[in-house]
Design a protein around this ligand. Structure first.
Ligand SMILES: [Zn+2]
Length: 127
């Protein structure tokens, strides 16, 4: 069904944005590896496959937000990612916008005020 597919695509885009923010957040506290990140995301209720996570990490690294270091862990090579200054700056920019979004989405849902926002009709209200 097309409508269901579109819903899944949009939800997936939201989800991937949340995952990127999580990765940038955690990689700023200690180097993180894919296996550790999948466990961390599972803890938050996100089921993430390597096929989704690794391309996401590579993309963040290509953008200059992460850097990696390979380590040998029990005979296995593991790639550990750390946040760069650029990654810290982009996370700070996203974090700066989060409270407003969260306040509006959650506050709006609670107050049932959808439609009162200037962007959703208040400016067009007929007197
Ligand atoms: Zn987390």
């Amino acid at each position: 069904m097309a409508a269901t597919d579109e819903r899944d695509v949009v939800l997936r885009e939201f989800f991937l944005g949340f995952v990127r923010l999580h990765v940038l957040y955690h990689a700023g506290h200690a180097p993180v590896c894919g296996v550790g990140l999948m466990a961390e995301m599972a803890h938050h209720g996100y089921r993430l496959t390597p096929g989704t996570l690794y391309p996401l990490l590579h993309r963040l690294e290509r953008a200059g937000f992460l850097t990696h270091q390979d380590r040998n862990v029990g005979g296995r090579r593991r790639r550990y990612y750390s946040r760069t200054e650029r990654g810290a700056a982009v996370l700070a920019e996203a974090a700066r916008r989060l409270p407003e979004l969260v306040g509006e989405v959650l506050g709006g849902a609670r107050a049932g005020s959808v439609g009162e926002h200037p962007a959703t009709g208040a400016g067009a209200r007929i007197p």
